[in-house]
Ligand binder design. Structure first.
Ligand code: BTN
Length: 271
């Protein structure tokens, strides 16, 4: 039986200093990102978190929908006000890494990041991140990091664009969403500090979690395959993709449209 989000249970598990201390729970909203987008930055505190049990118009990357069953999953947005714009991709990846770490802990199974913003277990997507920023001159005035994670949903529509999986499907167990959310925010706050300190641990840990890390891969931009193979070295301090080409020259890519094609997928797309 689905249960509404229990705020007290969540607060009891939260050990952050600032993240999620300003917390808003909505039973229903179009999208937590769209909801926070409408609120002027001045009225938003750094670290505010908005969660909804039911998102009627959840949005994913590339104008796709993010639709999941009410009260079964986690759909929430963090509002952050970092001092710098540099490395925002790394910040998004840090949040995805926090989610992957926590899902790995609960599922006892490998959970990886898929460039740029996806969280995968095996061949299936278990979560995703949608970051939207507004700027005041060169400085970000509001960074909205929207996170969707499949927790207790028992099945997904067959025509889900990317094959989806939930924590329940991975483990056969149902989980307390409140506990998982608190755990994720605790971890994001730590990683945010490392990101602010420009600690190199962050991009190294992210790199190791990325699907294809250390492999020879192919790259595509807007579905066009880039010629040649590349050795995937992960991400640099800015969160840019780092690869060696076949002549062993170092290339970086920051373009969000870049896709990494690994393993058997690379063979079927090329031949
Ligand atoms: C993706 O993988 O395409 C990103 C999915 C992001 C979904 C989350 S759910 C909470 C927040 N509100 C939205 O409308 N989208 C993000």
């Amino acid at each position: 039986m689905s249960q509404i989000f229990d705020k007290d249970l969540f607060h009891n598990q939260l050990s952050t200093r600032w993240l999620g201390r300003d917390f808003e729970y909505l039973t229903k909203v179009n999208s937590t990102n769209s909801y926070l987008k409408k609120i002027p930055a001045k009225q938003i505190k750094h670290g505010r978190v908005v969660i909804a049990d039911n998102q009627e118009k959840g949005r994913g990357q590339h104008q796709k929908e993010w639709l999941t069953e009410p009260c079964e999953n986690l759909t929430f947005t963090l509002a952050l006000k970092p001092d710098r714009a540099e490395g925002l991709t790394l910040l998004t990846l840090s949040c995805a890494l926090a989610v992957a770490n926590v899902l790995k802990y609960y599922s006892k199974k490998p959970v990886h990041l898929k460039w740029p913003n996806d969280i995968y277990s095996g061949q299936k997507k278990i979560g995703g991140v949608l970051t939207e920023c507004s700027f005041l001159g060169p400085k970000p005035e509001k960074v909205l990091i929207g996170i969707g994670i499949n927790i207790n949903q028992e099945e997904f529509y067959e025509d889900s664009v990317q094959q989806a999986i939930s924590l329940f499907q991975l483990t056969g167990e149902k989980f307390k969403r409140e506990e998982i959310l608190a755990h994720i925010l605790n971890r994001i706050e730590q990683l945010y500090q490392s990101w602010t300190d420009r600690d190199s641990v962050v991009h190294k840990e992210i790199s190791k979690s990325l699907i294809g890390f250390g492999d020879w891969i192919r790259l595509s931009v807007d579905n066009e395959i880039i010629e040649g193979r590349f050795k995937f070295l992960g991400v640099n301090k800015k969160g840019e993709l780092l690869v060696l080409n076949e002549k062993l020259e170092l290339n970086t890519y920051s373009h969000e449209q870049i896709r990494i094609i690994t393993g058997s997928e690379s063979i079927s797309k090329v031949h």
